[in-house]
Each structure stands twice: as structure tokens, then as C-alpha cells.
Ligand binder design. Structure first.
Ligand SMILES: Cc1cc2nc3c(=O)[nH]c(=O)nc-3n(C[C@H](O)[C@H](O)[C@H](O)COP(=O)(O)OP(=O)(O)OC[C@H]3O[C@@H](n4cnc5c(N)ncnc54)[C@H](O)[C@@H]3O)c2cc1C
Length: 274
């Protein structure tokens, strides 16, 4: 277990954030030690790959908890896959391709960890990660608990401290898994803007697209300092040149205000603002 400092402008995909207190948890034994730091910091924040986060300077006094070591392992006994919460989705997909395991190919290109994806219930179209999970090990009141039944909805997953998950895959031909993965990857490249971002800013309101609503308010290409609302997809903010927290936050507020004024719709944020 290592306690130190990390620069969140290097640890988040939007490349914004202060230097924060950071602890690397490597095993279940380390977990019990986290509590010893409770008084030292104003709070704790479990971080995955930082791909859905916008972090302000106010987070300087928090302790960021990152999983590594044993939480980065994948176990497979020929039937069941158990992945640690720190495993990157890209690593899990490589594993699935090598072993001919189908189910998550649609996640190609989502820069998440297993833990972050379960917390957020990451998804594409009508599918989501929690459709493919049998059980989840979480830390609840200092103890490890296995959740076998859980409620989830669109982009709202299991809001617990997630340690690992047991997946349900379909054993099939490796070439087919690879083909599905490549098709999903290509489709993503086509529809999604490149550049530093945290993915979608807002959840889609039922039956509508947040990006389309923002576009219809004429906000595509709007800038604030170094941040811009993508010309390609209005539900993305891109950190073009050294954007600050405020630059991005101003664009979020503007999009919320303009969509409400024009359509009377309150957009729900998908990005987690810390
Ligand atoms: C280019 C790009 C494309 C994206 N495309 C998609 C997409 O197609 N679909 C989609 O759903 N999302 C997408 N996202 C958003 C993002 O990847 C997902 O929300 C993802 O699930 C976040 O995972 P993470 O590991 O990065 O979590 P983080 O961003 O680090 O954290 C997100 C939340 O999860 C919590 N968390 C993380 N790990 C744990 C843990 N072990 N235990 C408890 N809580 C934890 C954090 O506290 C935080 O509240 C995209 C993002 C980018 C940058």
C-alpha cells in the first residue's frame, strides 16, 4: 500500500485536476488500513480510470483510493471469469478475445475499469455491463459482501465500493469475438469525437438525445477558455488547449441553461463532478 500524491491532470481522461492525496490499495488486507487515514483527510474518493470525472481544486483535501495489485487480476476456471475492480475494460476484452468469450465486445473503446463501469453501469445503446454480471464483491461496513441481486438502470449502477465481479459470458469462436470487437471499435471511431474528454456530459433524457438538444440550442463549437463543445457531437466537451475546471464547468452550466430555456428539459449530468 502506497500513500502519496498524484496529479489528476495526468490521471483523468479530460486531463484536468489538482495534485491530490492518493493511496494505492493492492489487496483486501490493505482495505482495513484505509480507515486509519479517516481523520487526516476531509473524505475519500474511489477512483477507477478517471474517464468520467471533472475534478476541482476543492478535491485537494480528499484521499483518492485507487485499486491495483490483486485487484488487477482476472481469474478464469474455464467456466467463470472473475475480474478485479481495477482491471481495465480493454484488458478484460483482450482476455475475452484470447479465450473466445462473448458478451462485452460492445464495450470496445470505453476507457473504464471494471469498478468504474459497474458503478456507472456503463453502456452503449440498450446494452450495459450489469446485464453481463452474475455477482459483485463489495466492501460494505468494512466487510466484503457478495451481491447476487441488484437493481440498476440506465447509467446508474451499483453505488458501492466495488472490489471484483463475476461475469457471465458465452463461449464461442475467438475470431467471432474479435470480429464483434472490431466492429464495435470502428462504429465508436465513426460516431465519437477524438480528443481529451470525459465521454458524454449528460445522460440522454428518455426518448431523446442530449447531444441533439444541445446542438439545437446552437452550442456546437462554443468555447470557454481552452474547452470547446465538440463540433462533431454536442454531448462532448473537449479540452483543446490547457482547459481549466472552470472553463469546462461554464460550458456545462451554459448547456444546462440553454436546453432548459428552449425545451423546458433539465439535463441530468452523467459526468461526476468532484
Ligand atoms: C472517450 C470516452 C468514451 C466513453 N464512452 C462511454 C460509453 O460508450 N458508455 C458509457 O457508459 N460511458 C462512456 N464513457 C464514460 C466512462 O468511461 C464511464 O462512465 C466509465 O464507466 C467510468 O469508469 P472509470 O473506471 O474511468 O471510473 P472513474 O471515472 O474513475 O469514476 C467514475 C465513478 O465510479 C466510481 N468508482 C470507480 N471505481 C470504483 C470502485 N472500484 N468502487 C466504487 N466506486 C468506483 C468513482 O467514485 C466515480 O463516482 C466514456 C468516456 C470517455 C473518456
Amino acid at each position: 500500500m502506497k500513500l502519496g500524491k498524484e496529479d489528476l491532470s495526468k490521471k483523468t481522461t479530460i486531463r484536468i485536476g489538482p495534485v491530490v492525496n492518493w493511496i494505492q490499495i493492492e489487496s483486501v488486507e490493505d482495505l482495513s488500513a484505509i480507515d486509519t487515514y479517516k481523520k487526516q483527510f476531509s473524505g475519500q474518493f474511489w477512483i477507477g480510470n478517471g474517464s468520467n470525472l471533472l475534478v476541482s481544486d476543492a478535491a485537494k483535501n480528499l484521499l483518492f483510493i485507487s485499486l491495483s495489485g490483486k485487484f488487477n487480476l482476472i481469474e478464469y476456471d474455464g467456466q467463470t471469469v472473475i475480474a478485479g475492480a481495477g482491471v481495465k475494460i480493454s484488458t478484460l476484452l483482450d482476455f475475452c478475445i484470447k479465450n473466445g468469450l462473448s458478451g462485452l465486445e460492445w464495450m470496445a473503446g470505453i476507457p473504464a475499469t471494471v469498478g468504474g463501469a459497474i458503478f456507472m453501469n456503463a453502456g452503449v445503446g440498450v446494452d450495459c455491463i450489469l446485464n453481463h454480471i452474475k455477482s459483485i464483491d463489495c466492501l460494505i461496513d468494512g466487510r466484503i459482501a457478495e451481491l447476487r441481486e441488484f437493481d440498476f438502470e440506465y447509467r446508474k449502477g451499483i453505488e458501492r465500493k466495488i472490489l471484483s465481479a463475476k461475469f457471465e459470458f458465452c463461449k464461442t469462436d475467438k475470431a467471432q469475438v474479435y470480429g464483434n470487437f472490431e466492429a464495435a471499435r470502428a462504429a465508436r471511431i465513426k460516431r465519437q469525437p477524438s480528443g481529451r474528454s470525459f465521454g458524454s456530459i449528460f445522460k440522454n433524457p428518455r426518448g431523446l438525445y442530449a447531444g441533439k438538444l444541445i446542438e439545437e440550442c446552437g452550442l456546437k463549437g462554443m468555447t470557454s477558455g481552452g474547452a470547446v463543445i465538440s463540433e462533431r457531437h454536442a454531448n462532448f466537451i473537449i479540452n483543446r488547449t490547457g482547459a481549466s475546471f472552470d472553463d469546462v464547468y461554464n460550458l456545462i452550466l451554459e448547456a444546462e441553461k440553454r436546453v432548459y430555456e428552449k425545451f423546458g428539459i433539465i439535463l441530468a449530468r452523467e459526468v461526476k463532478i468532484v
